[in-house]
Design a protein around this ligand. Structure first.
Ligand code: FAD
Length: 283
């Protein structure tokens, strides 16, 4: 089935786009986290969201969730690893699943973490963003796993069942229980080494560990990796006032399009992007 549109990301921009697409009865898939966005839940007090008086982020998140549920909107829990332009539509790889949509709305937010030195050059040559897709390649091998969020720990567990040894670099506190072959590292992964393929992970103390592959499980994937050919400006997706990008049928909204990073900007842009998609499909 080809969807009218695919919304990627479940922060305020994605929520707003999804609500508008639902109201207009579009056939869409919404991919991201059922918990929506950490950037909502982490806010202690929000004073600039109209209609709510100083809610906590958790309260705003709960209100979003209730609204989504009441409108009967489904979230497909997954990370989109790659998007391929197919001429008149887009193909999306999300874990082991593939989806197709005529248009897409990117609402992936921004990540402050930089891509590691060596990472981009070795994608597909030992650097992977998807445990389900590539885990099998590392059966009985030694791997490193860099993970930004506890919610991806099930993928670490899956990888530890395949690999012989896992060097684990969690970017969060309170690591859950992991298998004996997983060594949780106290140092930071600082670079990825290798010429033709990944050969080692470089540590922040200057030493290196020899590995066969590196899995990077982040809340977000760099834009260039996610959708090659997408035009960016100062690290954000370049859009016009209709939230259209340089690629036909591809729209973007929220923090990923630039500053200010604010809920109401994200919500407003999600609304505009959804309406632009509706207009685009009508043509
Ligand atoms: C602690 C804190 C407090 C803040 N307080 C305020 C405030 O008081 N007022 C205010 O206006 N703003 C505040 N902000 C900023 C606000 O959180 C952001 O501007 C807003 O969340 C942006 O929404 P977004 O939808 O663009 O992106 P995000 O909220 O970042 O959501 C993006 C979502 O997309 C997901 N995603 C990314 N890549 C993929 C992929 N490839 N596949 C699937 N899903 C993907 C991410 O995991 C995330 O869930 C605060 C931010 C923080 C961190």
């Amino acid at each position: 089935m080809i969807y009218d549109t695919a919304v990627i990301g479940t922060g305020p921009a994605g929520v707003s786009a999804a609500l508008n697409l639902k109201i207009h009865e579009k056939n869409f898939i919404w991919i991201g986290s059922k918990n929506l966005s950490d950037k909502i839940t982490k806010a202690e007090r929000i004073s600039n969201y109209p209609g709510f008086i100083h809610p906590t982020g958790a309260q705003l998140n709960e209100a979003f969730k209730m609204q989504i549920e009441e409108m009967g909107i489904e979230i497909t829990e997954a990370m989109v690893n790659a998007i391929y332009p197919m001429g008149d539509h887009y193909a999306l790889a999300a874990g082991a699943d593939f989806f197709e949509a005529r248009t897409i709305i990117l609402t992936t937010g921004v990540v402050n973490r930089n891509v590691l030195p060596g990472e981009s050059a070795l994608v597909g040559r030992g650097v992977s963003y998807c445990a389900t897709c590539d885990g099998g390649l590392y059966r009985n091998r030694t791997i490193a796993v860099i993970c930004s969020n506890r919610r991806f720990e099930h993928e670490v567990k899956y990888l530890s069942e395949l690999a012989e040894k896992v060097y684990y670099f969690p970017g969060y506190k309170e690591v859950g229980e992991l298998a004996d072959n997983v060594e949780t590292m106290g140092t930071r992964a600082a670079r990825i080494e290798g010429e033709e393929r990944v050969s080692a992970v470089g540590l922040s103390d200057g030493t290196s560990l020899t590995v066969d592959g590196i899995f990077i499980l982040r809340d977000s994937i760099s834009l260039g990796t996610l959708l090659p050919g997408l035009q960016t400006k100062d690290g954000h997706i370049a859009v016009d006032r209709t939230m259209a990008t340089n690629l036909p049928g591809c729209f973007a909204a929220g923090d990923c399009t630039g500053r200010p990073y604010q809920y109401t900007k994200a919500v407003g842009e999600g609304n505009v992007a959804a309406h632009s998609v509706i207009e685009y499909l009508a043509k």
